[in-house]
Every structure is written in C-alpha cells, then in structure tokens.
Design a protein around this ligand. Structure first.
Ligand SMILES: [Zn+2]
Length: 288
C-alpha cells in the first residue's frame, strides 16, 4: 500500500500512557522491609532442573526465589489458596507496571478480583535496567514454554516445558487430576529471564540471563498464596528452550514468617470494589 500524504504527521502523534499509575495504591515497603528483618524461615523447597515445585505462603509472610548452582530462569504461577480461579494476571500487571517488574511493583490477580497477590520487596538484579536491545529482567510479556507450541513449530513431544512442569506440580500439591490442574496453569512471571521485543520486527526475544548464583527476588504475600515455580528447560535462556539441550540448574524457594505484631496496621487487600453488575442490575452472591 502507498502511504497517505500525512503519514509522517500521523506517526508523529505522541504516545500516551494507557494506565497512568499515580493513583495506583502503593505498598508500604518500609513496613514490609522492617517486618522482614525479624522474620524467620518456615519452609523451603527446591525446584529441580526441568521440573517444578509447589509452595504455600500465608498472607503477610515472605517468599524468596534464589538462583543456586548456575544461571537459571524460573516460571512462576500464583493462585489464591481458597480459589484457584483467582490467579496471577500477567496482562494487567504488564498494563499497570510495564513489561518487566522489580522492587515496589506487584503481581495482580485476575478479574473479577484484581488485587495485589504479591509485592516485590527486594530484587538483586534491579541494577540491570533496560539494555541496548530493549531487554530487561523478570518479564510479564512471555507466556511459558509449552509442549503445544513446541509441537506446532517442531512436531516434538517434549514433556518438561514449564507448562507441563507447573501442571504436574499443581496436580501433586492439590490432588487435582492432571488435566484439571492443567486448566489452572496460566501466563507466568518470568523470574530472572531477560527478554524484550525486537525493534525491527516486534518479535519476543530472550537473551542470556544476567542472573548468577546468589541472586534473588523476594516477595511479600498480600493474600494466602499457593505458588508453583518451574526451573525452565531453557536454563539461562541464552540459546533455546523446550528441549533438553540447555544446561539447567535448580531454583530455591524459601518462605519466611514475620515476628508477631511486626505488621501492625497492615491488612490483606480486599477484592475489587467494582459492583460487578456490568449495567444489568445486582448480581447475587457477589461480595467485596
Ligand atoms: Zn520454560
């Protein structure tokens, strides 16, 4: 198609931020960090290479994901313990915070709940910023590696993609049959993964993660959480995923309980205050 005469003028329209976040409720990071100082470890679990582990974090507790042994990225799913249909909403988190999240930003839950599930309180990779390719760490733009896309593109039957790892972990943790558990697996937070979109073609790219053993990201649980973390078969995602080709390492998840009284004044966030009527009158059973 030929360009219209005013193509340059149309392209020159200034971008407008879709969701200005000045009105976004802000976490009290100082309170969380003070509570973390006196917290004690209550549990730990290791996500083995090319596998996933599930864990539970009560509201007001903390969880830390640490790279151990070698550079490794992780795919994180979060659910409300009481209701697996309330789960991490990657797309809205991206709309609210941008393509990657770090300290002070939050993982938001699905509609109709839309409340913070977890708040990042420490991130040893937040020095990375945005590199010359537009890449950054801890993205909410990818989905999760899965065997269906692998089969679509390469005809493979590979069973250790993050999607399958998370499915097995959720099934084992909840007792749900595998194919029922699979329906609850959702787009992830790509922990430690370095990603972006190419400027020329707009394609999703990955590159070697800057993570090194000892690096961690730590969260405050805003609600009672069930989590699952997959140690991606892509390893540090410097070359490929969805196969056994990459070097893979475990990821450590640790849970910490605050000292009694350390969260004075804090309460777990309520579900969205939207009335849920969608313009059609009251909805039975809908509570805030
Ligand atoms: Zn993966």
């Amino acid at each position: 198609m030929t360009e219209p005469d005013d193509a340059a003028a149309r392209r020159a329209a200034a971008p407008v931020i879709c969701y200005p976040n000045e009105t976004l409720p802000q976490p009290d990071l100082a309170l969380y960090r003070a509570a973390r100082v006196g917290a004690s470890k209550t549990a730990e679990v290791l996500a083995a290479p090319r596998d996933a582990a599930a864990f539970r974090v009560p509201a007001g507790h903390f969880f830390r994901i640490t790279s151990v042994d070698g550079p490794q990225v992780g795919d994180l799913n979060l659910w409300s313990v009481d209701d697996l249909t309330e789960r991490f909403y990657s797309g809205k988190t991206r709309a609210l915070h941008g393509t990657h999240i770090t300290t002070g930003e939050r993982m938001w839950s699905s509609l109709p709940h839309l409340r913070p599930m977890a708040t990042v309180i420490e991130d040893t990779l937040n020095w990375y910023g945005i590199d010359e390719y537009g890449g950054s760490v801890h993205d909410v733009i990818g989905t999760r590696c899965d065997p269906y896309t692998g089969h679509l593109l390469a005809g493979t039957q590979y069973h250790h993609c993050c999607h399958s790892n998370l499915t097995r972990a959720l099934s084992d943790e909840t007792g749900l049959p595998l194919h029922e558990a699979e329906r609850h697996v959702h787009d992830v937070l790509n922990v430690f993964m370095c990603t972006g979109f190419t400027r020329d073609t707009g394609q999703y790219f990955m590159k070697a993660s800057p993570v090194r053993p000892g690096d961690y990201i730590e969260f405050f649980a805003e609600i009672d959480l069930l989590g699952a973390l997959s140690a991606c078969p892509g390893g540090d995602c410097s070359a490929q995923h969805s196969s056994d080709a990459a070097a893979c390492f475990p990821l450590l998840v640790e849970v910490f309980a605050p000292a009694p009284g350390a969260l004075e004044g804090w309460s777990s966030p309520a579900r969205s205050g939207y009335d849920g009527t969608h313009g059609r009158g009251p909805v039975a059973g809908r509570a805030g």
